[in-house]
Design a binder for this molecule. Structure first.
Ligand SMILES: [Mg+2]
Length: 241
């Protein structure tokens, strides 16, 4: 049994998020015959932000780390929250697209746009180059645990779509933990799971807030993913004896 654990982030570490959302929005606009330039993408993102931040339940622990662009394709139907909260969350995507299309002076159908975005965004859940082989390499000497911010339905759907779900022995999603990644409570949930002499070799992620804080609060080494250091290079940071 491997006693060293590598704690791995998901979005913009193993799979693209920021670039994928922009590409998916561009593809939606093209399908709707709307000019799909960067400004139009920004307009859609701003509308998504307005709608999501205006939702009285966007701070619920189950969804508080769901970004406004993720709320465009998260499935809120089966979250373990009161029915009134589900009702307020479901339909966020169509409302956001309606705002966006209005801002773009388009009369296109918001429901069609919302459905197209879900389809096109889902198709872009593809691991970055070299991710599988890096996980193979790390998996030889470590347990791989995933630590990700967001709601359970979307983060687990992404993991499934990426084809990487079977690689991870443990998965921590902030919505399930009840606390955001980077808080002492989230770190405590991970630490509590480090039974049987397990130690953390390193935390790897792209965020200098959430991922770095997870490492700092746990007292674990941090490997930061950047444009120069992709996850494919992460195995080189193992210092296990
Ligand atoms: Mg990330």
């Amino acid at each position: 049994m491997n006693h060293a654990v590598v704690l791995v982030d998901l979005d913009d570490c193993l799979i693209p998020d920021g670039a994928a959302v922009r590409a998916a929005i561009r593809a939606v606009l093209e399908e709707l015959s709307i000019v799909a330039d960067e400004q139009a993408v920004d307009t859609v993102l701003a509308a998504a932000r307005r709608e999501w931040r205006g939702n009285p339940h966007c701070g619920h622990p189950e969804v508080q780390r769901v970004a406004s662009w993720e709320a465009l394709w998260a499935d809120f139907h089966d979250l373990p929250v009161p029915e009134a909260v589900v009702r307020a969350l479901v339909g966020n995507d169509v409302r956001a697209w309606r705002l966006a299309l209005d801002d773009l002076d388009s009369s296109a159908d918001a429901e069609a746009a919302a459905l197209a975005f879900r389809r096109l965004r889902s198709a872009l859940v593809i691991p970055f180059p070299g991710v599988e082989s890096a996980l193979d390499s790390l998996g030889e000497r470590h347990e791989l645990w995933l630590a990700t911010d967001g709601c359970r339905s979307l983060q687990r759907a992404k993991l499934r779509l990426s084809g990487l779900a079977g690689r991870f022995q443990r998965v921590f999603v902030s919505g399930e933990v009840g606390h955001p990644k980077g808080t002492p409570e989230f770190t405590a949930a991970v630490s509590t799971a480090l039974t049987g002499g397990r130690t953390v070799c390193f935390v790897v992620g792209d965020s200098v807030t959430t991922d770095l804080l997870l490492a700092e609060t746990g007292g674990w080494p941090f490997v930061r993913i950047t444009d120069e250091l992709r996850f494919a290079g992460a195995p080189a940071f193992c210092r296990c004896p």
